[in-house]
Design a protein around this ligand. Structure first.
Ligand code: GDP
Length: 203
């Protein structure tokens, strides 16, 4: 997979610190502890590309991982963008609002977003914060891939039920929606997710 070539390029605490919009960006959003960094790492086939929300100090940033273009040295085919996890209980209200602002502004305004990967813990489903995020994405018309993470915690039948439930909740607002059960530890849905994301970068 071309995603395996992803390498760290930039961190930004604010939107004005990001490089100007260029190659297509696949951004990853989800609550703290939803399994976002595990998912990015297994998709990129690397142990420590993205950092867990448990890693202090690393996760308030927008981290960009470039996928180098083999035919044009120094240029990127696209980016994986790790957005700050939200909903972490132990931080103050003000910090939470700041994060929400950065996330909302990025999702609404960044012109180079090719699609958004929304990660939801399969046991928890869609929370209020996830809905808020979906409300920001919907008017942009960008495609959304929902990964129902930690799917190994559910037997097959329950996974399918969860997929249907989430589809029902989001399909009305999000035109191009794809929902799959995913597990970083058990590699469930890995090939399907990879293929889907590669297609966003080079259709
Ligand atoms: P992040 O904070 O969203 O980046 O989440 P992490 O990737 O750090 O994962 C949070 C917790 O969930 C960790 O304890 C992981 O070991 C666990 N986890 C992540 N992915 C999976 C998975 O696919 N299956 C299971 N069972 N646990 C997972």
């Amino acid at each position: 997979s071309i995603l395996h070539r992803a390498a760290f390029t930039t961190s930004a605490a604010r939107l004005d610190q990001l490089p100007p919009p260029g190659a297509p960006e696949i951004c990853f959003a989800g609550r703290s502890n939803c399994g976002k960094s595990s998912a990015i790492n297994v998709l990129a086939n690397q142990r420590r590309l993205a950092f867990s929300s448990k890693t202090p100090g690393r996760t308030r940033l927008i981290n960009m991982f470039g996928i180098p273009d083999p035919l044009a040295p120094g240029e990127q085919l696209g980016y994986l963008v790790d957005l700050p996890g939200y909903g972490y209980a132990a931080i103050g209200k003000q910090a939470r609002e700041e994060w929400a602002e950065v996330l909302g502004a990025y999702l609404r305004e960044r012109s180079s977003i090719a699609g958004v990967v929304l990660l939801l813990d399969i046991r928890r489903g869609l929370t209020d914060l996830d809905r808020r995020l979906a409300e920001w994405i919907a008017p942009t018309g960008r495609p959304v891939l929902v990964l129902l993470t930690k799917a190994d915690k559910f037997p097959y039948g329950q996974r399918i039920k969860a997929v249907h439930a989430i589809r029902k909740q989001l399909a009305q607002d999000i035109g191009a929606l794809h929902v799959i059960p995913f597990s970083a530890t058990h590699r469930i849905g890995l090939e399907e997710a990879s293929a889907h994301l590669e297609n966003w970068i080079s259709p």
